[in-house]
Design a protein around this ligand. Structure first.
Ligand code: ASP
Length: 600
């Protein structure tokens, strides 16, 4: 145990009835002052909690100088609170300190916002004074939770024989599907380092090095748009094991997650987690990260409407598409709401949306009901297990559009608020490749992921399955991993399918292809976002609430002003010149204030 320094004898939050009668010195911040007719009270807060201090202003007139968040030291006697004035809500609520001496260690300016948790404060203001924001109980609890989470991860993996290894942050590009953050080299002018999108290739090298079990709490950098669950830099638990197949990875991650949940939530989660194939997840929930806390599953209606005379459905089916629906349950369904949900479906990519309300007598109300035969109406109600009052939403289009639209509506209409319940699952058997925005073939996970079958990859790359898996919690993708390619020849074939010609592969990854040729053990691994996990477990709506010093949506830090212009000499030393547009921006705003006020 760390001894208390002479500066103080006790931590405020640890005082209790046993200390009554002893003389103590505590130090911390003035939280709440109240004047009770001739007697002054304030709460003194340190990292451990609060203690009530009682002051006789006649003896200590300086108490009138105390303001919110002054940093003070108080010496006095611990005494039991008079009967009836105890505060059972407070761990130290049975006692108080009768102040004999109050010393102001440091005054505080007037606060830009109140630090209690009951008030909503604009996030830009909070970020500008993050050091004060972190004094708020909720934020202090988030910091503690995060520290507990990383402690649990380290303890568990150390117990399982993992080695914690640091890998560099000035590296060559590691393709994870995002844009690289670049750092110009001063010593090799014109050349750039990339900050790691993940330690992927280094952890694979460590497998070649004979480290059979590796982990790292790794900072990763991806230059993509920030969102509630994205930041330019984030932290993940990165791990890898040699002589591993899927179950080794999944078991290890489940063990780690169960330990973190136990420490943060005090509950046992059931393992093994449910597993869904990617295709099932898409078909049933319309997403590769299903929120399993509620049902409202997508149901296929292609059979029910196989011979339909309703043109919208029949043409979708003829066009190799599909007809699917969700039962949104009982809903208030005035015209305005029907229109709003239809507009939302269009936003999600639909051309239109068919809605059907089941009436008391089993009949249906819908603008298109007249086009359905009796058998179709009956089949529809049966397939969706619909009862009176239920609203059924039907989409007909190409498969991908239909599942995307219904998956989006399902979340809008059914997703619980907050994260009181925890629903973990694995999504497995992801496609090996996908199409990018330009219709080009690209990797789904990363290009080092092993195909499930090399033959299938060669013969039918569009439908090839990979050995990649994701872990999902309450509809949040916590992390991904895969069994890797350990045969250099297969690695070359994957590059070829991805359109990376031999010369480019050699230039970008030659060093890695070389390493793969020295007896690489079969291996696989995983990474999950610590920010996202702590966000869910702390019931927070955004990862910014659990990142000590996050950035805004446009990648700015309202407190330090980063990013900033640098001195011309610094650019010269780097051999870097600003482009015309950047120069104009600089002229217009030589010392840029954080431009955005938006955080999402
Ligand atoms: N490198 C991957 C990522 O950061 C994780 C993995 O495949 O282990 O998502």
């Amino acid at each position: 145990m760390v001894q208390n320094s002479p500066m103080r004898t006790h931590r405020a939050g640890e005082l209790g009835a046993d200390d009554a009668g002893s003389r103590v010195t505590v130090a911390g911040w003035v939280q709440r002052r109240r004047d009770h007719g001739g007697v002054e009270f304030f709460d003194l807060r340190d990292a451990s909690g609060l203690i009530q201090v009682v002051v006789d202003p006649e003896e200590h007139p300086s108490v009138h100088d105390l303001r919110m968040e002054f940093c003070v030291r108080v010496t006095g006697e611990v005494r039991r609170r008079p009967e009836g004035t105890e505060n059972p809500e407070l761990p130290t609520g049975d006692v108080e300190i009768g102040a004999a001496d109050i010393e102001i260690l440091a005054p505080s300016k007037t606060l830009p916002f109140m630090l209690d948790d009951r008030r909503d404060v604009d996030e830009m203001v909070r970020l500008k004074h993050r050091y004060l924001d972190l004094r708020r109980p909720r934020m202090a609890a988030n910091l503690r939770a995060r520290s507990k989470a990383t402690a649990a991860i380290r303890r568990t993996l150390d117990g399982e024989g993992f080695l914690e290894v640091e890998t560099p942050t000035l590296v060559n590009s590691t393709p994870e599907g995002a844009r690289d953050m670049l750092v110009p080299s001063r010593l090799q002018q014109g050349e750039f380092y990339a900050l790691p999108q993940s330690p992927q290739l280094f952890k694979q090298l460590l497998m070649i090095s004979g480290v059979e079990r590796y982990f790292q709490i790794a900072r990763c950098y991806r230059d993509e748009d920030s969102r509630a669950d994205r930041q330019l830099e984030f932290t993940q638990l990165d791990l890898e094991g040699a002589f591993w197949a899927e179950d080794d990875v999944l078991d290890t991650i489940e063990t780690v997650l169960a330990e973190v949940v136990r420490d943060l939530r005090g509950i046992e989660i059931a393992t093994p987690f449910q597993r869904l194939t990617w295709r099932d997840a898409m078909n049933r929930f319309g997403t590769d990260k299903p929120d399993l806390r509620f049902a409202m599953e997508i149901t296929d209606l292609s059979d029910v409407f196989a011979d339909t005379g309703f043109g919208v459905f029949s043409s979708a089916l003829e066009d190799d598409g599909t007809v699917k629906a969700i039962n949104a349950g009982p809903q208030e369904w005035p015209r305005s709401r029907a229109d709003a949900i239809t507009d939302r479906a269009k936003e999600l990519g639909a051309k239109g949306l068919v809605w059907v309300v089941v009436e008391e007598d089993g009949a249906v109300r819908s603008p298109v009901a007249k086009f359905f035969s009796d058998t179709e109406t009956k089949g529809l109600i049966e397939q969706l297990d619909a009862g009176p009052g239920d609203v059924i939403l039907i989409a007909a289009d190409k498969w991908r559009t239909v599942v995307d639209v219904l998956g989006g509506l399902r979340l809008d209409l059914g997703r619980p608020q907050g994260h009181a319940e925890l629903a973990f699952l694995w999504v497995v058997d992801f496609p090996l490749f996908e199409e990018d925005e330009d219709g080009e073939i690209t990797f789904s996970h990363h290009p080092f992921t092993s195909p499930a079958s090399i033959d299938q990859m060669r013969d039918d790359p569009e439908n090839a399955i990979s050995r990649a898996y994701d872990v999902v919690l309450n509809g949040v993708e916590l992390g991904s991993g895969s069994i890797r390619i350990h045969d250099p020849d297969v690695q070359r074939q994957v590059f070829e399918i991805l359109g990376i010609d031999e010369e480019t592969a050699e230039r970008r990854f030659g060093w890695f292809l070389e390493a793969l040729q020295y007896g690489t053990p079969p291996h696989g691994g995983f990474a999950f976002g610590i920010d996202r996990l702590v966000m869910v477990l702390q019931n927070e709506p955004s990862i910014r609430e659990v990142i000590p010093f996050p950035k805004t949506q446009s990648g700015q830090d309202p407190m330090t002003g980063a990013p900033t212009w640098v001195e011309p000499i610094q650019l010269r030393e780097l051999g870097v010149e600003l482009g015309a547009e950047a120069k104009l921006r600089k002229e217009a705003s030589p010392s840029p204030e954080p431009a955005d006020t938006q955080t999402d």
